[in-house]
Design a protein around this ligand. Structure first.
Ligand SMILES: NC(=O)c1ccc[n+]([C@@H]2O[C@H](COP(=O)([O-])OP(=O)(O)OC[C@H]3O[C@@H](n4cnc5c(N)ncnc54)[C@H](O)[C@@H]3O)[C@@H](O)[C@H]2O)c1
Length: 273
């Protein structure tokens, strides 16, 4: 098992961080947390180092002496260009570059389904399709994946990009029945990224065992991923929530949902592959 004192977890104060910290603490007591703001209720086994991803010196100080990075820090939805540019483009570059300089061997990057959001829901895709981002946010995640490939090929860093669907205790609507991932299952994928000996550069889908999945996650299966969450167990709740939401003539066609319809000015027949 990886030495937890040498694993840095960015974005630890965020939504996913809050959900998975107790699970990671059991696997990796001694984990080093990082964020711009200190997470609440630090466990006795956790330590915290503040770092703003937009500040290269702070990022370099946070990764000093670290072997592996779980990089979840960043702006997590669509936003103005400058916000995305600072936290997700410059911030992500700062993290990869500081990690390379510090000799980091493994990095797990929180990518997103929004890097491929303009694929139609009718189409099943694997990890090797051309990116089709649905937002500036999605573009920043495609950029992070590209950085991952660069640092893997050029510097030998073992990089795992998780194209996360939606993490939570249960899927929130019908779209998310196809892309949901439980906190336990995302921890399983993070563990593969931290420990599997065959990792060089991987894009894995961050999804549980969902009957209506749009994604071929067979590479994750090859690497030992055995998701335990099943979105069908929550179908009644998801359908009840969906009934409260009106139809979205653009978003309902594409995997990225409302991220596709926001700011949309195209003819829907000309969108997506
Ligand atoms: N929540 C999901 O289901 C989901 C789905 C796909 C991808 N993701 C990605 O996973 C990661 C975590 O998501 P989340 O839902 O916990 O998001 P979140 O917004 O709750 O947390 C993100 C954290 O990053 C920190 N952060 C933002 N900008 C920063 C900066 N410049 N410097 C340092 N820290 C900064 C924030 O303080 C925050 O604590 C994000 O990268 C997000 O894009 C999440």
């Amino acid at each position: 098992m990886a030495d937890a004192r040498k694993i840095l977890f960015t974005g630890a104060a965020g939504g996913i961080g809050t959900m998975i910290r107790p699970l990671l603490a059991k696997l990796y007591p001694g984990l080093v947390l990082s964020d711009r703001v200190e997470p609440k209720d630090l466990l006795p086994t956790e330590t915290f180092v503040a770092a703003d991803l937009t500040k290269p010196d702070e990022v370099a100080a946070a990764v000093k002496g670290v072997d592996s990075v779980i990089h979840l820090g960043g702006f997590s939805v669509e936003g103005p260009w400058d916000t995305i540019l600072q936290s997700n483009i410059i911030g992500c570059y700062n993290m990869f570059e500081a990690a390379r300089a510090a000799g980091v061997k493994r990095l797990i990057f929180a990518s997103s389904n929004h890097a491929i959001g303009f694929y139609p829901r009718k189409r099943r895709i694997g990890p090797n399709v051309t990116v089709r981002p649905d937002s500036r946010y999605g573009v920043s995640k495609a950029f992070g994946e590209a950085l991952g490939a660069l640092y893997s090929d050029k510097h030998g860093m073992a990089v795992t990009c998780l194209r996360i669907g939606n993490v939570g205790p249960r899927p929130l609507d019908v779209r998310r029945l196809s892309i949901w991932i439980s906190p336990e299952d995302i921890v399983q994928l993070i563990r593969i990224g931290l420990e599997h000996p065959d990792i060089r550069f991987e894009i894995l889908y961050g999804a549980s065992d969902n009957a209506t999945s749009w994604w071929d996650n067979s590479r994750a299966t090859e690497l030992g991923y055995r998701p335990t969450g099943k979105s069908e167990d929550h179908r009644a709740h998801a359908e009840a929530e969906q009934a409260k939401i009106g139809p979205d003539p653009v978003g309902d066609l594409f995997q990225g949902g409302t991220f596709c319809s926001a700011e949309f000015t195209n003819d829907v027949k000309r969108a997506g592959p």
